[in-house]
Structure formats: C-alpha cells, structure tokens
Design a protein around this ligand. Structure first.
Ligand code: ATP
Ligand code: MG
Length: 454
C-alpha cells in the first residue's frame, strides 16, 4: 500500500518517531492520572493495514476540563466538542473525550454531544467498523468490540449499527464510505451499499463545500477510478455530478476509441492518475464533459466544439461545488485546450512557444498523455511535443522584449492602440527567431511602418 500525503510535509525517516513519542507521552500522562485512554480511528486502521500513520486520534474518559489542566498548552478545538489538539515538532495528536452525539438536524451536524464514561458508547457513534478499532497505547493490544478486525481482513466498509439510520444522521458518511473503499481498495458491504442507494438523493442536504472536500480526496488519494465507479453504482454520481453521469452510454467512433463510450474512456484516465494535483484530476474527469451535449451523427459520430462547451460546463460545475477560482480557471483551461495537441505538430515556432508557455502546460501535457493511453493510442505525438518543448531553452521561450513603447515613440510613432499591435508583431518575429536584437527590431519597424516612423 502506498504511503500517506504526509510525505509532502515531513521527513519520512523522522516522522513516525516524533508522532510515536508525542502520542505515548500524552497517553502516559492520561493513564498516570487514572484515565482510560486509547488510540482510535484512522491511525489504528492504517497501522493494521501497514500504511504509514500521519496523525493520532486519542480517545479518553477525561473530561474537557480535566484535559485542560493536564495539557495546559493544548489547543482547544471547539470546547463544545471536547477536542484538544497537541502539537509538537510538526506532528499533532488529537485528544477527545468519549462522547455520543444526538439530535442530528437535516443529516448534517449533531446539535448536542454528551460526554460518556464507556468507550463502547463512543465507538458506536463512529461511521464504519474499520474506523472503530481501539489500540491500547501502552501495551499495543488491539481492542475490537464492533467487529472491525473481521471487516478489515475481508476488505469491507460496513456501517456501524443500522446503516440507513447512520446515513440519515450524517449524509456525508455516504461519501466517506466511497472514499475509504476507493483509497483502500475495499468493497462496500451489501447492506451498507443498499442504504446509500436509497439515501443518495438526500446528499444535497449537506453543504457543497463538504461534498467538494470529499470529491477532492476521492480524486487525489489513489483509487480515483474505483471511487467514481462506486459513486456511479451508489447513485451518488447522478446527484452530485449529473453532467459526468451523462457520459454513460455516449458512443464514440470505434477507430479513435476502441475502449468504449465517453464514461469508459474517462474512467481510463482516472485509473492512471496516481496521486495527482487536484486541477489535473478534475481536468481528466471533465475533459470530455462537453461530449454528451454536442454529440451528432454525421459522416461519423462527432462532438464538434466539445472542448469549448466542456470548458464552460466545467466552470459551471466547479462553481456550483464552490471550488476556489484559481482551480476553476486552471481546469477550464485544461478542458478548453485538451484538443490542441492534434495541431501541435503543425504549429509554427511562435504559436508553439505560446502554446507551451501558458500556465499549467505541464498538467495539460500530462492530461494529453493519459487521454491517449486511455484510448489505447501511441505516444508518438506526445513524445514529439515533449521533445520540441524540451529543446527550447527558457530564454527562447520567454525572451525579454527587444523594444518597448518608448522606442516606438522615439522613432516618432504616435502613441495609440496601433503601438500594441506593432509590439506584438515584433514579439511574433522574435519568437519565430527572425529578430534577435534591438537594432534588428527597430529596422523591422522602420521597414513595415516606414512612413509613420521617421
Ligand atoms: P483519514 O485517514 O482520511 O483521516 P480517518 O478515519 O482518520 O481517515 P477522520 O475524518 O480523520 O478519518 O476521522 C477520525 C475518526 O472519527 C474516524 O476514523 C471515525 O471513527 C470518526 N469519524 C469521522 N467523521 C465521522 C463521521 N462523519 N461520522 C462518524 N464518525 C466519524
Ligand atoms: Mg484522520
């Protein structure tokens, strides 16, 4: 199993030691004061799966005020919920008082928490059995009151207690089920899946931001293809991303897409993503989102303008899901530009330079590679673009301007919009490799706009 995102932030050789040291210290202090204390949740699950652990959740019967006096330096993250955050040397441990939650309103947040003295009560309010395993921090013993070990061995995501009830309490758990199944390569247990299918239409009751955050994780933590297959099977896809669900059954010309319809093709890109930046992942997901509405049956099946239409749709979808504007801009550009590679071989030097120096080009290049691989194509044109790009030194790609507006004024040209056009023409010639110095540029301006320039 691959390691967790912490590799981006921490020196991996030191990280587990620091976390282990901090967690054992916190646990020992609680135990020393006579409290029950356990590791719980994701870290216990991931350790048993052999996945690197990047944070620790500790659960205890110590009350919030007892926690405060035991850990005076800890960060109180919502006193109401009785959760303390202890940070040291770049690692963090969360300590929470045993509790149950009640009075869920609209399937979102609990309205009240009650602190408990029985750890099993705390486990029962958690989402899935594999997330409700305990580990004794001092002996290392795993404690499993709810059958999490059997499900971990069988590779099953199973809701704790009555699945329908649990998803009614918090609709986000439906997406969490998909996320864990995708990331861990697990199945969603049949009864749990059945409840998600029934309740999928209610997913809209949770905020777009929370849906967005789960989608980001499904797309970027590994297993994106499986995640989207499960979103589809569970009925969540057509609720959250109907434009993507519409790709299903949209036939394509066999000669370009032997793999199948637009949906199958899109899954082929997701399958090859690994752990990508979110813009690339969304670009892959949405690159052909314009195909369903543009499909026509002419000499063959065609999707005229699907890149343009898709780019506009991508903006709409991501705005609805409250993605930040820089992500929306980047994804819109990826979708808009993804067909440009078919002309790249024929581009003149200046057009090619402008193409490859646009922001996000590396992601566009990668999207193109995945697009080709997902339709079983060869990488000749990809390699050709890459080689041509690699052969261009930075100073040829983004050369400093040979002349400025001031030079044109000195030549006696009248200021105005014409000047912009002249400077662009000079840059064009420069990118083509036709002009290499200030003198050549001035001579060029004199030649072309001779009458105006003195
Ligand atoms: P990850 O590796 O993605 O962080 P995790 O299992 O640690 O996975 P968290 O969201 O960090 O997930 O939550 C920690 C624990 O809290 C979970 O393992 C689970 O026991 C519980 N939990 C979190 N969110 C919910 C929820 N919406 N409903 C019920 N229990 C939850
Ligand atoms: Mg966690």
């Amino acid at each position: 199993m691959k390691s967790c995102p912490s590799e981006l932030f921490y020196d991996q050789t030191e990280m587990p030691d620091l976390l282990t040291r901090l967690s054992t210290e916190v646990a020992a202090r609680l135990r020393g004061a006579g409290h029950q204390v356990y590791y719980v949740g994701g870290s216990v699950r991931d350790e048993l799966l052999g996945v690197e652990v990047h944070d620790r959740d500790i659960t205890t019967d110590a009350t919030p005020s007892q926690l405060k006096s035991l850990f005076p330096g800890a960060l109180d993250v919502g006193a109401h919920f009785g959760v303390m955050l202890i940070r040291r040397d770049g690692v963090e441990v969360q300590v929470a008082t045993f509790r149950t939650e009640s009075s869920y309103r609209n399937g979102r947040h609990p309205e009240a928490v009650q602190f408990e003295t029985d750890v099993v009560a705390d486990l029962r309010r958690r989402d899935f059995t594999i997330n409700a395993l305990l580990k004794d921090p001092l002996t290392g013993e795993v404690i499993d009151p709810l059958g999490g070990m059997a499900d971990l061995r069988a590779g099953l995501i199973r809701a704790i207690g009555d699945a329908a009830e649990r998803f009614q309490e918090d609709h986000l758990r439906m997406l969490r089920a998909v996320r864990f199944a995708a990331r861990l390569g697990f199945e969603i247990e049949a009864g749990t899946m059945e409840s998600i299918r029934t309740l999928a239409p209610q997913i809209h009751r949770i905020s777009a931001e929370r849906i967005r955050d789960e989608l980001i994780r499904i797309l970027t933590e590994g297993g994106a293809r499986r995640g989207f297959e499960l979103l589809d099977e569970s009925g969540l896809l057509s609720e959250i991303l109907p434009e993507v669900a519409a790709m299903k059954g949209v036939e394509q010309p066999r000669q370009f897409h032997p793999e199948g319809d637009v949906w199958i093709h899109t899954l082929g890109l997701l399958e090859r993503l690994g752990k990508p930046p979110i813009e690339l992942a969304l670009g892959c997901l949405l690159h052909d989102v314009g195909k369903p509405p543009t499909q026509t049956f002419e000499d063959r099946i065609r999707f005229n303008g699907h890149d343009r239409v898709g780019a506009r749709m991508a903006r709409g979808i991501l705005t609805r899901l409250r993605f930040p504007s820089d992500v929306i801009d980047a994804v819109e550009a990826l979708v808009d530009q993804h067909m440009k590679f078919k002309d790249a071989g024929r581009m003149g030097l200046s057009a090619f330079k402008r193409f490859v120096r646009q922001s996000g080009f590396d992601q566009l290049l990668e999207l193109h590679r995945l697009d080709i691989l997902a339709s079983g194509g060869g990488l000749q044109s990809y390699d050709a673009v890459k080689e041509r790009y690699a052969a261009l030194p930075e100073e040829q790609l983004r050369p400093p301007p040979l002349i400025t507006g001031r030079d044109l004024i000195e030549l006696g040209l009248p200021p105005g919009p014409e000047m912009g056009a002249m400077l662009r023409a000079v840059e064009e010639q420069q990118l083509e490799g036709q002009l290499a110095s200030r003198e050549e540029a001035i001579a060029y301006v004199r030649r072309v706009w001779g009458q105006a320039a003195t």
